[in-house]
Design a protein around this ligand. Sequence first.
Ligand code: SF4
Ligand code: SF4
Length: 351
Amino acid sequence: MTTYRQAWRNRGPAAWLLSATLIGSYCVLYWTSWLDPIAQGLGLRNRWFLYGLLYTVGVGGGGLLYLRRHGSSRYNRLRIMTNFGIQAIFGFTLPFVMPLLGQPEFYFSYLWPLKYDILYPHTLAGLPTYLAVYAILGATVVAPVLALSFGKRWYCSWICGCGALANTFGDPWRHLTSSSTRAWRFERLAVHTVLLVAFAATGVIAADQLLSSKSAAFSSFAYEVKQGYGFVVGALLAGVVGTGLYPLLGPRVWCRNFCPMAALLGIIQKAGRFRIRVKRDMCISCGNCTTYCEMGIDVRSYAQSNQSFTRASCVGCGMCAHVCPRGVLRLENHAPRARDKARQGLITADF
Ligand code: SF4
Ligand code: SF4
């Protein structure tokens, strides 16, 4: 049975039902405490750890299915096993264990601006020095330098829990990501708007906390900004929409359209060494690469015109190279020599 004949993978009734169930579950998680007793009955601290446990199971189970489908690629095998390891250790076990050892609950795999409150002065002041230094250097030095060297894939396809769930549990729906121009225009506008808002919100809240509430009006504004950002971006876009719509719009709704971390790393990626190299005159225009691109990039059009490319939105999942029957595509980090650049018509100016 092909992908398109399976109704649950092609927006059939089962897909709508699953999407509604996911959306409903996120609403219950975010805005009720109904799950707390269940979590405590299982020996977990609160409903967020129950969510973390289910999330880890989703990454693990989806990962096994992913490996059955795409495990012939070494890149994919390593990537998915890393996704699961990071989620199990840094996304669940360590945050659970650290408070038992007198340390704060801390998620090492989430950096600012994805974890938007980690750089607030009050948050940093409440952390032990080693965690505060980790949070600051991770966001301002390590993430940008790695994105320059390896592209955003080091984070979006290997480390981040959101990417891990998208690549495992969400993989059956990757072909639903739209590659239309309209979707691309929306993505550009939305993701950069969220990035700007993330910078502005962090600035406002940091200023309020540093000024120690000298102005009641400004404090109240900062409070509203904090609450509003958490509600809209942290809960609605990242959870309810971002994951709830996997079965209808593909698994990278959040990463592609709303994640400020993806937007920031994407801008850096454009200036860095990562690119997808196209081998000349090999493409047979089958379209597999475009169909299976989880970010909706029309890879085929680059391959048809012999153009190697760097796109800000590409998460470097490697699927386009994996599904190409002719081995046309290759993910690489090396800056091309000027001669290659001219010959291959390397595109770096577009989004
Ligand atoms: S262009 Fe290729 S590597 Fe980049 S996101 Fe799409 S499928 Fe993944
Ligand atoms: S999968 Fe390969 S052969 Fe098919 S359109 Fe893409 S680059 Fe061309």
